[in-house]
Design a binder for this molecule. Structure first.
Ligand code: NAP
Length: 302
């Protein structure tokens, strides 16, 4: 049995459009309604036939939904929820895909005091944005983390879990605070480091821009993929998950200083041991199916 019959997606970018495509692929009888604040995005979504219906207002989008998923930047979630609050059916479940959960839970509860909330975060994505960047298999074998509130009824969480499993995801349930600390180290800090290193390299006066690009295969280009991620989304992530990111950043700075010292004093064994440990982490990620074993991210070298 299908967990939901009428799904509404608000925000038709990479994640929203991927959900729309995945629902159509995996649950074709489910009616999918979409809305985006951007008229151009709505036009594109209509042109590529992304949903059964695209509405011009968030209220019209939710009016007969049994699941509403907010796929907008985390800083906009509370405002969008307030916009459709008066039109939300009382038995609808509201979820989202935001990359931070504690602040999102607070904003959703404030905007929708009586709604059933099951916040979620599919840990899947690319550096691209917009309705044409999405694809139906984005969530296959990726984790989707659900962070129900204290007052969320268990059956509601189970229905959202079944929904994500139908889209090919593996589901884990945790508290919003725990989610935010885990993602601060596995996602938010790596993005911050990539944004920093790419900015620093392009600012270096001793090395010209063209050399940075010409010799990027030395490692730099792998950071540029992450640093090309959507600026609005990532500004909101850092402002919203501030405490956890700052805590992990402090820890990271201490470890970086230790490596800096090892280089300065010529502690080769320390560096070798550290790099051996990190190599094993990569092996575990591949073994758990979270990345391809192909060398150099599967790039062809002919
Ligand atoms: P995206 O491609 O930029 O799409 C977001 C869409 O939401 C845009 O079309 C945007 O319109 C629209 N929007 C912004 N404010 C809105 C509002 N108030 N009402 C309705 N629509 C609005 O971004 P995305 O990558 O799909 O990210 C969406 C959410 O998924 C974010 O919360 C992000 O944290 C989360 N997430 C992203 C990834 C990832 O890798 N990208 C992974 C997991 C979760 P404009 O054209 O006006 O910007």
């Amino acid at each position: 049995m299908l967990p939901f019959a009428r799904v509404t997606i608000i925000g038709l970018g990479l994640i929203g459009s991927s959900i729309a495509r995945a629902v159509r692929a995996e649950m074709p009888s489910v009616r999918v309604t979409g809305h985006d604040a951007d008229a151009q995005v709505r036009e594109t979504a209509r042109r590529i036939d992304l949903c059964d219906d695209i509405t011009d207002t968030p209220g019209a989008a939710v009016i007969d939904a049994d699941l509403v998923i907010l796929c907008v930047p985390v800083g906009a979630i509370g405002t969008v929820a307030a916009d459709f609050a008066g039109d939300l059916p009382t038995d609808a479940i509201v979820s989202d895909v935001g990359s931070c959960k504690a602040e999102v839970a607070r904003a959703l509860r404030e905007a929708l005091p009586n709604a059933t909330l099951v916040p979620a975060h599919p840990v899947a994505g690319t550096e691209q944005s917009g309705p044409e960047a999405g694809f139906a298999t984005l969530f296959h074998r990726r984790w989707c983390i659900l962070t129900p509130l204290d007052d969320t009824p268990e059956p509601a969480t189970r229905r959202v879990e079944a929904f994500w499993q139908r889209l090919g995801a593996d589901v884990e349930v945790m508290t919003p605070d725990h989610h935010d600390r885990v993602l601060a180290i596995t996602s938010h800090l790596p993005h911050l480091i990539a944004y920093t290193i790419v900015g620093t390299a392009s600012d270096l006066e001793a090395v010209t821009q063209s050399e940075v690009i010409k010799y990027s295969a030395g490692g730099f280009r792998d950071f540029t993929r992450i640093a090309a991620s959507d600026p609005t989304m990532w500004r909101d992530v850092f402002l919203t998950n501030r405490e956890a990111v700052l805590e992990m950043l402090q820890r990271f700075s201490e470890d970086l200083t230790a490596l800096q010292r090892a280089i300065r004093v010529g502690a080769g064994d320390q560096l070798f041991d550290h790099f051996t440990r990190t190599r094993a982490v990569r092996r575990s990620i591949v073994e758990q199916g979270q990345d391809d074993a192909a060398a150099d991210f599967g790039r062809t070298h002919d």
